[in-house]
Design a protein around this ligand. Structure first.
Ligand code: S5P
Length: 309
């Protein structure tokens, strides 16, 4: 099993969460504040670095380093939703270079396989050049917190203390992971069953790097398959909504995004639910994240035939 997958499985068990919050907001400061707010309730925090204004590229104390430090404090993984899709050589530059230097702070990235399997090999080569940073890097967390406070961004105290999470080590592996987009949640997308099977075949060739898929259902079919499935297009049923910040499951947003409930996704066998606007636009993102966590966790327990204590 990919080491990030086994760490994620531990996180899921200990944090009782299968939730990935997608930071679909447009300021770097607000993204960091959101990471603080939802950190206790999530196992993965998904970013779109290129939609953020105010990204600080400083490798030691900038936005990426601050987010990595928050992730370490709250024990969640960072997934940069970069959707690489270019030729191998360009994808390598996009992964490690520029102002974002995604490789340095994102444990997980994703890619379309439209350009063929060599692009996956290219990203893996780049991922293998990454070295685990030293403890000093993580001092950036305090820097991040005070910088946010200075700018007047509300930073809430974590509800889990460091001590409570003491038995849950930070990610112990110097590895990076890749998710392949095997299915999409948008109406009329072109990822048909043949394309999905091609993704699975490519993933099997690179199991040391590909940890799973963005897909709408589990895709493992061979006895040796241990791929995770993370699923977007997730929304609470309206009768459970705290504030109407989400879309109605079974319907689309104005631009073709299609929604399913967290309960249905977990019962279907998905590993992680991805929720963006339903949490980012909520009056209380932290409270809303905990609600999503709870309903998904209960459905997951039901799927496993377990009941909550
Ligand atoms: O098929 C997909 C793949 C992804 S990664 N459909 C998606 O919606 N996503 C991402 O999940 C999308 O880019 C967005 O960041 C998030 C869903 O956001 P929401 O507001 O609809 O929950």
């Amino acid at each position: 099993m990919h080491p990030i997958t086994s760490y994620l499985r531990t996180l899921i068990r200990l944090k009782k969460s299968t939730l990935c919050v997608s930071a679909d907001i447009t300021s770097a400061e607000e993204m960091l504040a959101l990471a603080y707010a939802v950190g206790p309730h999530i196992v993965v925090f998904k970013t779109h670095a290129d939609i953020l204004s105010g990204w600080d590229p400083d490798p030691d104390h900038g936005t990426g380093a601050q987010l990595a430090a928050i992730a370490r404090q709250f024990r969640f993984l960072i997934f940069e939703d970069r959707k690489f899709a270019d030729i191998g050589s360009t994808a390598q530059l996009q992964y490690a270079g520029g102002d974002y230097r995604i490789l340095e702070w994102a444990h997980i990235v994703n890619a379309h396989v439209i350009s063929g399997p060599d692009m996956v090999r290219a990203l893996k080569e780049t991922a293998n050049t990454w070295k685990m940073p030293t403890e000093d890097t993580f001092k950036a967390v305090n820097l991040g917190k005070s910088a946010l406070k200075r700018k007047g961004v509300a930073v809430k105290a974590p509800t889990h203390t460091r001590e409570e999470l003491a038995d849950l080590e930070a990610l112990p592996t110097p590895k990076r992971g890749l998710l392949l987009l095997a299915q999409m949640s948008s109406a009329g997308n072109l990822l048909n069953a043949e394309y999905t099977s091609a993704c699975l075949a490519i993933a099997r060739q690179h199991q040391d790097f590909v940890m799973g898929f963005i897909a709408l259902e589990p895709l493992n079919s061979d006895p040796g398959d241990e791929f995770l499935v993370m699923t977007p297009g997730c929304s609470l049923p309206p009768d459970q909504s705290l504030d109407d910040s989400e879309f109605v499951p079974g319907t689309e947003d104005a631009l073709g995004q299609q929604y399913v409930t967290p309960q249905d996704l977990m019962l279907k066998g998905c590993d992680i639910i991805i929720v963006g606007r339903g949490i980012c636009n909520a009056a209380e993102p932290s409270m809303k994240a905990d609600q999503y966590r709870k309903v998904a966790w209960e459905a997951y327990q039901k799927r496993l035939g377990l009941t909550e204590e």
